[in-house]
Design a protein around this ligand. Sequence first.
Ligand code: 13P
Ligand code: SF4
Length: 311
Amino acid sequence: RGSEARLAGEIERLKGELNAVVLAHYYQEPGVQDVADYIGDSLGLAREAQATEAEVIVFCGVHFMAETAKILNPEKTVVLPDLEAGCSLSDSCPPEEFRRFVEARPDHAVVSYVNTSAAVKALSDVICTSSNAERVIASIPEGTPIIFGPDRHLGRYVAKKTGREMVLWPGSCIVHVQFSEKKIRQLKVRHPEAEVLAHPECEDRILALADHVGSTTALLERTRTSPAQEFIVATETGIIHQMKKASPEKRFIPAPGDGPGCEACSECPHMRRNTLEKLARCMRDLAPRIELDESVRLRALAPIERMLEIG
Ligand code: 13P
Ligand code: SF4
């Protein structure tokens, strides 16, 4: 606790000295969330990165999120506490394989989830996140076939919502596919009044049990506005920190995973590579930094800007 307070104090001081802003995703450990200037979902973080006047962006999230901030802000220094903080979904879509997939379907519009590398974004027509995917798909003219990658669960969910036919890249997230349908059903019996909240990266059979499906920000908002007093939360457990802060009188039950005795399976191992210690160190050293090839950056920028224009 003492060292947490000391690190938090140092981070505050460095923010002023560096003219830095600390952006954090809801899946960061609570101590990291508590020192952030802004906490949000992927879309909120991209917007904040676009709007900030700070000279240094300290990105507490995974690599593709920090990379998106750098694509939008080439003149700024963007640091990530741990450069190895990747994403299983992004890793499931290697750029060369995706290029062949796209080239085999030249008449298709390419919609890529933000959980991709800059090289995959550079092959895309427009980017989406879990909070704007339906709007982004609706912006593609009727009759134009769509490639959607890399998350097949989000893709299937959005295809169902919009009624559009989509060719899906077969990727998925290690955290969101491990929830147990059986254990959630058992929890619902024990907590009949509880609302089930799920992120659209979950499998269909989990989404079928959910009362509310949405991005991390949308799920947090639902806990604020819902009359329910109990929630079963099927997403990364880091977000429960903000849910508890917003509604201290309500109860939040993490959706159980399939693995036996799996206490931490709903924590994203990539997100959790960032710690308060590494956060302070990356501000002290101004490293590790996100650096990008300019031609890839420009090609990745166009579909991100298209997404941000859609609103
Ligand atoms: P959100 O955009 O909903 O925050 O999701 C990001 C993510 O990585 C989900 O696993
Ligand atoms: Fe990637 Fe899944 Fe972690 Fe989100 S929770 S960053 S999709 S591995």
